[in-house]
Design a protein around this ligand. Structure first.
Ligand SMILES: O=C(O)C(=O)C[C@H](O)C(=O)CO
Ligand SMILES: [Zn+2]
Length: 272
């Protein structure tokens, strides 16, 4: 498993493009026939992808977890950004069409992914107790309409795993879809010092890119991100981006609390 140790904001000014990408960008999440996993020490999140091709893929516990099975001490959020597929949890099969979200609680011993062309994005965090495994179909989450066409940030935010929906210990997860003609996500930007957040950008044309902003509001940097690449946003960092085309992204957080509105605004005038 790829390991990324935690960083602090004082390190940022000394990083060149290559180091920024090594630390905060996950360039290859979906490899046909494989499960890829990255362990970030920011809030001990494990993120990655399962892309079944020729047969089912089983989620094993990497040595780094020192656990008998992957979810012995963790919970897992899954969003399928590929073709329809199946996730089987301890013998119960869940059909995930494109865009569906499955929460899998701590203590589930066997998780198996199947369906050629499915792309299951995985986001896992330590869990202190077990909540039930729940499937949410696309569109069944809590929808928030944000932004405005006039500021190129009209978007629909779907909350799937959250305090008023599917319950979890730490994970808060959903999907935001930019409306056609809108390119900005999460602008005005924010930080939330109590949670780490990760984005998986998807549905971006192959020749388009997203300029993803990170850093403290007073010291920003950027990553140029392609379709189906993910970013890690430490608690001290803003996370916002502008695409050269419309796109969607899975956002997911873990940390001290699950209050979606616990954010510190970083308006455009505060950014440097
Ligand atoms: O479009 C947005 O705005 C988002 O999707 C924001 C994320 O959900 C987020 O950053 C939550 O903290
Ligand atoms: Zn955020």
């Amino acid at each position: 498993m790829d390991q990324r140790y935690a960083t602090n904001p004082e390190q940022l000014p000394g990083m060149d493009t290559a180091e920024l990408r090594e630390r905060y960008l996950l360039p290859e999440i979906f490899v046909p026939g494989r499960i890829t996993l990255t362990y970030t020490h920011h809030d001990r999140i494990v993120l990655g992808g399962a892309a079944p091709a020729d047969g089912p893929l089983t989620l094993d516990a990497p040595d780094e977890l020192r656990a008998e099975y992957f979810l012995a001490n963790r919970e897992l959020g899954i969003v399928n950004v590929g073709a329809a597929g199946t996730v089987t949890v301890d013998g119960t099969g869940y059909q995930l069409p494109t865009g569906a979200c499955l929460y899998v609680g701590r203590g589930s011993e066997q998780v198996v992914f199947d369906g050629a062309g499915a792309q299951f994005y995985l986001f896992s965090a330590p869990a202190h107790t077990s909540f039930p495994t729940v499937l949410t179909l696309p569109g069944q989450g809590n929808r928030l309409e944000l932004g405005d066409q006039l500021t190129s940030n009209a978007r629909t935010l779907n909350q799937y795993i959250h305090l008023n929906g599917v319950r979890s210990c730490q994970i808060v997860m959903g999907v935001t879809e930019l409306h056609p003609g809108s390119m900005w996500n999460t602008m005005p930007a924010h930080t939330h010092d109590r949670r780490t957040e990760c984005y998986l950008y998807f549905d971006l044309p192959e020749d388009a890119r997203i300029i993803h902003l990170l850093g403290t509001p007073a010291e920003t940097r950027h990553l140029v991100v392609a379709d189906r690449q993910a970013i890690i946003s430490p608690s001290w960092s803003i996370h916002s981006g502008v695409g050269t085309s419309a796109y969607s992204f899975v956002w997911a957080m873990a940390g001290e609390n699950q209050e979606f509105t616990d954010m510190d605004p970083a308006p455009p005038t505060a950014l440097r």
